[in-house]
Design a protein around this ligand. Structure first.
Ligand code: AMP
Length: 217
């Protein structure tokens, strides 16, 4: 399965990607995660990206295009992959189309998760992850069974993303509508696009995606 997950910040791309990679046994290629790792490691790319990410703006196309093209050459992408958070501009989408052609890779689907703006802000402002194992939580929708203890690994080291606040979220949404939403038309024209209802709880949305992928329509 070679898949792009499209949708605004907070649509659930990362959460759903984690469930899908388990089912299909393929890697999740999240440019956001890769950039956050570069920021934490203070690499030259990370140093360039840090302030841009904290402001909710987009890192340059050249940087992310190169990261993804290199990542697609790793052996674990042979049987498939899920792109999460990439492409985010028409320029990135065009580059990806060329790169995939050059590598002889065919995309199966582009799944766009549709979620109301109000719900996006609510989801993003309450989310946090376990700093040890990466399990995702939410102040309202998904709390750990024991307060302050990760269900998966027992750690109490929880993290919130620097850009998950109401102020930055406004910029991220604006950036999405301005730069990323034109990709809906782009992939519709390429006949890969599948629109999936992203409202509801995590298992419901996962079931919606699986139904779309399994039925292929
Ligand atoms: P995400 O984890 O996908 O929400 O991404 C977090 C931040 O990383 C974004 O707000 C951008 O600043 C940056 N970023 C992630 N993916 C891309 C991309 N494809 N193009 C440009 N910037 C990106």
């Amino acid at each position: 399965m070679r898949l792009i997950l499209l949708g605004p910040p907070g649509a659930g791309k990362g959460t759903q990607a984690k469930l899908l990679i388990e089912h299909y046994g393929i890697p999740q290629l999240s440019t956001g995660d890769m950039l956050r790792a570069a920021v934490a490691a203070e690499t030259p790319t990370g140093l360039k990206a840090k302030a841009i990410m904290e402001a909710g703006k987009l890192v340059s196309d050249d940087i992310v295009n190169e990261i993804v093209s290199d990542r697609l050459d790793e052996p674990d992408c042979k049987e498939g992959f899920i792109l999460d958070g990439y492409p985010r501009t028409l320029e990135q989408a065009d580059t990806l189309t060329t790169v995939l052609e050059q590598k002889g890779i065919e995309l199966d689907y582009v799944v766009q998760l549709d979620v109301d703006d109000e719900q996006l802000i609510e989801r993003v402002s309450g989310r946090y992850t376990c700093g040890n194992c990466g399990e995702g939580y939410h102040d309202i929708f998904k709390r750990p069974a024991v307060e302050n203890v990760c269900d998966q690994c027992g750690s109490s080291d929880f993290k919130r993303r620097a850009d998950d606040n109401a102020e930055t979220m406004r910029t991220r949404l604006l950036t999405y509508y301005k730069s990323t939403s034109p990709l809906t038309g782009y992939y519709y024209a390429m006949k890969n696009l599948r629109l999936v209802d992203g409202m509801g709880d995590i298992p419901e949305i996962y079931a919606n995606i699986r139904k779309t992928l399994d039925e292929g329509n």
